[in-house]
Design a protein around this ligand. Structure first.
Ligand code: SAH
Length: 357
């Protein structure tokens, strides 16, 4: 498929080069950038302050990857919205809009599907279909702002996909969303979650961005981790910890470790003690996530007593712990569940009729 390049994924410098290459003045690039990133134009025809000839050439050579809303579900208890969006080629992705006391936060996807294979996660059933472009990641934020009529202050890249398996597009996304000519969201309000791809943790550390790094641990030792996360066969906990230490050294930013609690699997006292040992003395934060049961999988959420015991044991090791508020629990809000339900209902992603696998 030789798709045309996605214009919304170009930064202002690149856009200026494109516009100069077409023999147009530099201020035209600023106008186009505003149409793409401030006004979120859906077509070149909308860009009425540009010469018709320029609009035509851009339309011939570039694509605007627009997202289209397919479905919106609201959790009546906490006001979380879960969206199913279609991208241009007919694939569907999900994104979540959440309200907190301190503002509005969105959770976006970085890939269509995922190839990491975590056993408790719905996004990975059927594997990875493709990477999302930086423009498609940005558009999830733009479109939710538009649909909600609210300004987003925090973005977490914790939806479907492994952002560090789509590293270049993620970096581009980060630089554009924090850009003063774009939404200008502060880097510290952007969180990226990885299953522990150590070379990319080190690469992003070297960039010394202000972003928050979250690492999905889910087990205190390699043996158990390999059982629930296939990526653990490639990246050991030892290597992950040393990459995380490097990140902290380079950025001074505290790392969040995510730990999804699954009854009878990783919620024992022994697991809590081992995790305490592992993280003791590290400047970090543990986010305990009671697992969201996925229909296709057998994992069961740990009971309240076990969750509290786990938390207390970690606190004994002087580790900062929170239990994640189960936002959107009533609306299939765990990674990839809404998309799975949709694919099942329709027999495939809509539009191009793509099927997974
Ligand atoms: N690939 C990245 C980001 C996507 S998932 C990563 O692995 O971090 C975001 C977080 O939700 C990860 O910690 C992931 O392990 C967790 N997660 C996925 N499915 C879940 C489920 N059913 N219940 C609880 N947490 C889940």
């Amino acid at each position: 498929m030789d798709a045309k390049p996605d214009l919304r994924s170009l930064n202002l410098t690149e856009l200026k080069n494109v516009i100069a290459g077409l023999g147009e003045k530099s201020f035209r690039a600023v106008q186009v950038y505003e149409w793409l990133h401030k006004r979120q134009a859906e077509s070149f025809d909308e860009m009425t302050n540009l010469p018709v000839r320029l609009r035509e050439i851009l339309g011939q050579e570039y694509e605007l990857y627009n997202l289209r809303e397919i479905k919106a579900l609201e959790d009546p208890e906490d006001g979380t919205f879960k969206y199913l969006f279609a991208v241009n080629d007919g694939n569907v992705i999900e994104s979540v809009f959440m309200s907190y006391e301190h503002g509005y936060s969105v959770c976006i996807s970085s890939q269509v599907g995922c190839s990491m294979g975590c056993r408790f996660c719905a996004s990975t059933i059927g594997g990875k279909v493709r990477d999302l472009t930086a423009g498609e990641m940005l558009e999830q934020v733009y479109l939710m702002q538009k649909l909600q009529g609210k300004r987003v202050s925090n973005v977490v890249v914790m939806g479907s996909g492994e952002p560090f398996d789509n590293y270049d597009n993620f970096v581009r996304f980060y630089e554009m969303i924090t850009d003063k000519d774009g939404l200008n969201i502060s880097g510290r309000n952007i969180t990226v979650s990885t299953c522990g791809i150590t070379d990319k943790i080190r690469e992003i550390a070297d960039k010394q961005y202000a972003l928050t790094l979250a690492v999905s641990l889910h087990a205190p030792d390699d043996e158990l981790r390999k059982e629930i996360m296939p990526s653990a066969r490639k990246y050991s906990i030892g290597e992950i910890m040393s990459a995380c230490d490097y990140f902290f050294e380079k950025t001074g930013r505290r790392i969040t470790f995510e730990y999804s609690l699954m009854a009878g699997i990783n919620d024992s006292e022994e697991c809590a003690r081992k995790l305490g040992e592992l993280l003791k003395g590290r400047n970090c934060h543990v986010n305990l996530i009671p697992v969201n049961p996925v229909k296709e999988r057998n994992f069961v959420r740990s009971g309240t007593v076990d969750i509290t015991r786990f938390k207390k044991l970690l606190e004994k090791s002087k580790i900062n712990v929170t239990i994640r508020r189960g936002l959107g629990i009533n609306i299939d809000a765990a990674c990839g569940q809404l998309r799975r339900s949709y694919i099942k209902e329709t027999g495939g992603d809509k539009g191009a009729g793509l099927c997974e696998n």
